[in-house]
Write a protein that binds this ligand. Structure first.
Ligand code: ADP
Ligand code: MG
Length: 301
């Protein structure tokens, strides 16, 4: 069955906050993405997973506008943005975070969110330019303070509002980075491996914040998460897309993805498969086990 030919892609596109259809990207002789379609409905957390080299970052680049696809289209709220710059896409509601938080170390958590909030109203300047215009020289208005307070509360950062970001551990710096994205009032946020390098406690803290952010959103904010930690993606996402060697090999609910033989095959031999809970059924035993190679070499250790 061809996933790309699935008519649901066409039907759901208009109702999606973000969609990519039929995206193909080549780097020289390498086909990094081949006719890949994904869509993100409003008010959901969507996961994008796949082994190393599968094309996840490439697809992210295409959606955010950093990479032009050889073919295919990208839509934000049903509008074709394929030809638009990353800056214009941001203004249409697409925000993103970076794997390595790009925070200004001299600022406090609160100051970051104030500046990010102001960046929304600065049409010409990039975020980084704002500092040279001394955006912080004038104090926040009451309205700005209220909105930033709300965001701090939502992210669980209220107690750290006056703390310099330079002293924050990675998990909390990632939260500030998410807050920075949210302060621009996006309709969808692309999260690039937000959980990488985090311990279990920081992971739980961050994923709980993701859930709060989506549930509390009045206007159907969605998150699209590229993540290596498949177990967390399965736990968090309503819908998951799986890439392998540039092809979309599966899409569905966490249950469907866990049970999908193609997904399990793709992760065979990948040391992360066992940790991901993708290869053997994690619990309940409801997954057919015809292809019995569910134990990866080294998983015994
Ligand atoms: P993932 O993020 O899933 O690990 P990528 O999207 O980074 O995968 O890469 C997909 C494929 O495209 C890989 O084969 C990778 O080597 C190749 N690739 C990615 N970026 C470039 C680039 N700038 N130049 C050449 N090849 C690239
Ligand atoms: Mg990548």
């Amino acid at each position: 069955m061809s996933v790309a030919a699935d008519p649901r892609h066409t039907a759901s596109r208009a109702a999606s906050v973000l969609a990519a259809t039929g995206v193909t990207v080549r780097f020289g002789g390498v086909v990094a993405l081949s006719n890949v379609s994904v869509d993100v409905p409003p008010g959901t957390i969507v996961g994008l997973v796949g082994p190393n080299g599968a094309g996840k970052s490439t697809l992210f680049g295409v959606m955010s506008g950093l990479l032009r696809p050889a073919s295919g289209r990208v839509f934000i709220d049903g509008r074709d943005v394929t030809a638009l710059s990353p800056q214009l896409r941001a203004r249409l509601g697409l925000a993103r975070t970076f794997q390595h938080p790009e925070l200004f170390m001299g600022l406090t958590v609160r100051e970051h969110l104030v500046v990010a909030h102001r960046a929304r109203y600065e049409r010409r300047r990039f975020w980084s330019d704002l500092l040279s215009f001394r955006a912080l020289l004038f104090p926040p208005t009451e309205q700005e303070t209220d909105q930033v307070d709300e965001l701090l509360d939502l992210l669980g950062l209220s107690d750290l509002a006056a703390t310099q970001v330079s002293v924050l551990p990675l998990g909390l710096a990632r939260l500030v980075e998410v807050g920075r994205a949210l302060a621009t009032h996006p309709s969808v946020v692309l999260l690039d491996e937000p959980l990488s390098g985090l311990d279990v406690r920081a992971t739980d803290n961050l994923t709980a914040a993701f859930e709060r952010v989506v549930v509390n959103s009045a206007n159907g904010l969605s998150l699209l998460m590229v993540e290596h930690d498949v177990a967390s993606v399965l736990a968090l996402s309503g819908r998951i897309f799986v890439l392998n060697f540039g092809q979309l090999i599966a899409e569905g609910t966490p249950e469907e993805i866990r049970a999908d033989p193609a997904v399990r095959d793709a992760y065979l031999g990948d040391e992360d498969a066992t940790a991901a809970g993708v290869s053997p059924p994690a619990a309940g035993g409801a997954v057919p086990t015809d292809d019995d190679e569910t134990t990866t070499p080294g998983s015994e250790s």
